[in-house]
Write a protein that binds this ligand. Sequence first.
Ligand code: SF4
Ligand code: SF4
Length: 454
Amino acid sequence: MISIHLKKGYDLNLAGKPSRELKTLPSPDQVALLPDQLPFVKPRLKVKTGDRVQVGSVLFEDKANPGVKFVSPGGGTVVEIRYGPRRVIEAVVIRLDEDEAFTEFPPIPENRIPDVARDRLVAALVDGGVWPLIRELPFRNIPRPDANMPSAVFVSLSSEEPFQPAPGVYLRDRADLLRYGAGVLRRLAKRVIVSIADRDADLLAGTGLEDAPDCFPVRYRGHYPAGDPGVLLYRTKRTAKENRSWFIHGQDLLLLAGLLRDGVFPTERTVVVGGAASPVHGHIRTRIGAPLVHLSGGAGPNGDTRYIQGGLLSGYAAPREGHLGLYETALTLIPEGKERELFGFIRPGYHKPSYSRAFLSVFRTAAPFAGNCNTHGEERACINCGYCARVCPVDILPRYTMKALRADEIEEALTLGLLDCVECGLCTYVCPSKVELLQTLKHAKARYHREMNR
Ligand code: SF4
Ligand code: SF4
């Protein structure tokens, strides 16, 4: 097994850590898919309000990536198609039947996978609606079904981002699905690289992955975002051809395997709910697209709380009445921190989490911080402190890249490594001048991707 130690990055020590206890919630009344949160997808609706759908019925297709389908994670009635500004489709909401109907797909026994032609396997994944779970670096878009075989597909089982599901929980009793999924990926890419944190490495014992041909387990240790597939690619790639590798998260691989093995679209998700303002702190087994209030314990906290789904640093704020996105496996509730702090500028800051050593909190090494969303000021001029470069896991110089982009010098930004950015958000977090580095780099990457695919 290959072992990697990543020295850059940063770990946040925040209060509200989830327990490893797994609780299964009763099925919610409704579920939803959120087209607006799917990167680069231009949805073409295949249903309208009032239509009856089964688990696995097509809800919409991607106009930008012909053939890619998004299927219903629930069986029942389409009760709402929610539009946002400029008629962007924000959500397709399905009220669930008590007795849900399932669309059936032809199952493939594990021992038959090596004999199935690659294009038939791809077609089965596309028809079953699990193809979008695979994504392509460096833009993190959904690959085209007719794309050439990539040099590698990364499977990331662990995550260093705060409050993400532990593989020891979501893989419990599912080692057979993991092995099945890896078998499918071996047909799709030249190499399968399964990454796992050092602390979780024992979980691979007995799965057969360590001895499987073309399968390379990688153990890593280090700070967030050490387990990110983009970081591992940056650390292991030998040629530029590998830049377009694919990746899939561990839980998504289980869904993909479940569809092919059992012949029905799997609807279960293991989600972590945590954060200082959350009444719930633990692993929850629920449905894809479940309402956020269903996960956060019904009534939940008051309106002074921000709901962040997907990840504390890499995720996005969601409305309280929102639903779990297709890729999301974490819901973090953090206080907004709107209260004004009297004489805040002269307080020693013992309770303020900060990367810089300007506050007394630097002496607080063990006790977790409550933290909140208050940035204590607006964007100011860059002071060239270099913190952003110090934490960047892929050795970009974020401040120079940001300055190049603001001057519309895209070529220079590309030379500085724009496409290596793994969108971890650390540079924005550590910046004392509150410069929105992540947003600038992420938008520039997205614009470049769209121009390349025009
Ligand atoms: S430039 Fe990208 S990879 Fe580097 S710290 Fe910022 S978001 Fe992370
Ligand atoms: S962390 Fe912020 S202020 Fe410091 S160099 Fe980077 S962009 Fe400039």
